[in-house]
Design a protein around this ligand. Structure first.
Ligand SMILES: O=P(O)(O)OC[C@H](O)CO
Length: 206
């Protein structure tokens, strides 16, 4: 999730207030979300992905970490704690969480590697692009990018929670449809970032 630009907070006399410190609550929440990734990946792989308590706990941890996506941004906006670091870190946290889950699912043989690779190439590519153009300001997540992350998160949650043990094998069809939607949105939104960048460059040259 990204945080929309906020006007700099102004004091009563119209003087801008000091920029918020990078080490504020929303950014700390974002860092904690990143640190949860290796933990749930380890929990998932520790028992070879078997549908025991470790699998359920790993899935619960992923859902908790990804569901707090909106929390850091909401606190940042409400308390005027929006920082450039936060805008950069937030999509990275999403990518570390979803990327970690996808790699673990592929290692377990539950998700084809090509799906993981296609998604990772797009996510890493857009992250590198953000760093390359960082001098012109951080590129916040687009609306499509936010929808993509929600669909990815739902698809990965369905793949992680061993719902087939409760509902039967038809749940694999649901997982397949969700993951297909996630891949399509991931590719389309990645192309859209590049298209917008190309249009912006062309406009600046004109
Ligand atoms: O489209 P991206 O790569 O900016 O990612 C979107 C963020 O994950 C939304 O929270």
């Amino acid at each position: 999730m990204s945080v929309p630009d906020n006007p700099p907070p102004a004091a009563a006399g119209g003087q801008p207030l000091r920029a918020p410190s990078n080490w504020n609550l929303p950014n700390i929440i974002t860092v904690v979300r990143i640190l949860l990734a290796p933990l749930f990946v380890w929990m998932l792989l520790a028992d070879d992905g078997k549908d025991g308590w470790l699998r359920w706990a790993a899935a619960a941890l992923f859902i908790l970490a990804i569901a707090t996506d909106g929390v850091d941004g909401a606190i940042a906006r409400r308390r005027n704690l929006v920082t450039e670091l936060g805008k950069l870190l937030d999509p990275i946290a999403d990518k570390v969480l979803t990327g970690g889950a996808l790699i673990a699912l592929s290692i377990l043989g539950e998700l084809p590697w090509w799906v993981t690779i296609v998604i990772l190439v797009r996510e890493v590519g857009i992250t590198i692009y953000r760093f390359v153009v960082i001098r012109q300001g951080v590129i916040a997540a687009s609306r499509g990018g936010k929808i993509k992350t929600i669909v990815q998160s739902v698809a990965i949650s369905f793949a992680l929670v061993p719902l087939w043990t409760v509902f039967g094998d038809w749940i694999y069809w649901v997982n397949g449809i969700l993951m297909t939607a996630a891949v399509i949105l991931t590719v389309v939104t990645g192309i859209d970032y590049l298209w917008q960048a190309w249009k912006g460059r062309k406009a600046r040259r004109a």
